[in-house]
Design a binder for this molecule. Structure first.
Ligand code: DAH
Length: 354
């Protein structure tokens, strides 16, 4: 009996001072393993008489259980200590960390933000308008009446509506057509903004536009535009030229030569086409600029008096310039992308290059 009690005292001491799971394992083997000290006592019971067998057996079993419990408790304590103070666990600080997969912005979004940033620095505000637009804002207010051949410039997605309830621009003079369409350009934002804000004003309106047309390397049914508008008492084409030159220089990070050619847009008079010197060949002629040395980049002009009237402003009092540029075009030039369709496919092999 005394032996057993001594064994217990010793075992408990050892358990309490055990430092790690290896030591605990050894203590278990020493006392409770196959040839452990307590196990041996239990095995020798069969040689004892009934009385001793009962009393020693009872004590030995009790000690066995107690030691098992204590070992379990100490195991948990050691686990917690290791967790708290990792001194026992070796950490290789030179091991490379786990790389977390992260997404990134689409090239058009990047360019859109850059364009916004540049124009903001030039004193312009960024404004937005709806993608589902009415016939009035998309066409009539911009001096593009129904049946006018100019409408052919914009192949339009019309939205299905209950025709009998909807006023269209052919139905009655002096009513604003509520027929809905997917906006073919961001120019209607000019009208929406001028209706609510008095000049002087400088805005850009970036956003998505839609055309009902066959797709190829340079045409998509949806694309991104940025519209610009500057209105004040004495705005001239010289201001337009200066702003555009400054913008291209900041965007392409080098000085870019621009060329202004006469053109036609119903909402500007006079109207221009703005070209920039080809960034690939520097003007010598290459496949990107179709050997011409110039790249068509924007439509622009002086705001038509009719447009001011549509927005409730007096054209005798105000004047301004407007321009419209393809953001996809700018993206394609910046990153030398040859096919616009790549921008809208969502193909990761393409997108992961940015
Ligand atoms: N809205 C024209 C387009 O769809 C682009 C444009 C041309 C916008 C001339 C303008 C402008 O503001 O003055 O192609």
């Amino acid at each position: 009996m005394e032996d057993l009690k001594n064994i217990k005292i010793l075992a408990e001491k050892e358990i309490n001072s055990a430092r790690n799971s290896e030591e605990i394992k050894q203590i278990f083997q020493k006392y409770l393993g196959k040839n452990g000290e307590v196990t041996r006592v239990l095995r020798s019971l069969k040689n004892l008489d009934e009385n001793k067998k009962r009393s020693i057996g009872k004590l030995a079993n009790q000690i066995k259980q107690e030691l098992e419990q204590k070992i379990e408790i100490r195991k948990k304590e050691i686990g917690a200590e290791i967790g708290k103070n990792k001194t026992n666990k070796k950490i290789d600080v030179s091991f490379p960390g786990h790389k977390l997969p992260t997404g990134h912005l689409h090239p058009i979004t990047k360019v859109k933000r850059e364009v916004e940033d540049i124009f903001e620095r030039l004193g312009f505000s960024v404004v937005e308008g709806p993608e589902v637009e009415s016939e009035w804002y998309n066409f009539d207010a911009l001096n593009i009446p129904a049946n006018h051949p100019a409408r052919d410039m914009w192949d339009t997605f019309w939205l299905r509506q209950n025709e009998s309830k909807v006023q269209n621009s052919k139905s009655k003079a002096n009513t604003k057509s509520q027929r809905l369409l997917l906006r073919t350009h961001t120019s209607p934002v000019q009208i929406r903004y001028m209706e609510k804000n008095n000049p002087p004003l400088r805005i850009i309106a970036p956003g998505r536009a839609f055309r009902y047309e066959a797709t190829d390397a340079s045409h998509e049914i949806n694309f991104y535009h940025v519209e610009g508008l500057m209105v004040d008492k004495e705005i001239s084409a010289a201001n337009l030229k200066a702003i555009m030159e400054k913008f291209f220089e900041m965007f392409f990070k080098k000085s870019v030569k621009i060329r202004i050619r006469p053109s036609f847009f119903p909402f500007t008079e006079p109207s221009f086409e703005i070209d920039i010197r080809c960034l690939v060949c520097g003007g010598k002629g290459c496949s990107v600029c179709s050997q011409g040395g110039w790249l068509e980049i924007a439509g622009a002009g002086m705001v038509h008096p009719q447009v001011f009237k549509s927005a409730g402003l007096n054209p005798k009092e105000w004047q301004g310039f407007a321009f419209g540029m393809g953001l996809d075009r700018l993206t394609m030039m910046k990153y030398k992308i040859k096919d616009i369709r790549l921008l809208f496919k969502g193909d990761l092999r393409f997108l992961e290059q940015f």
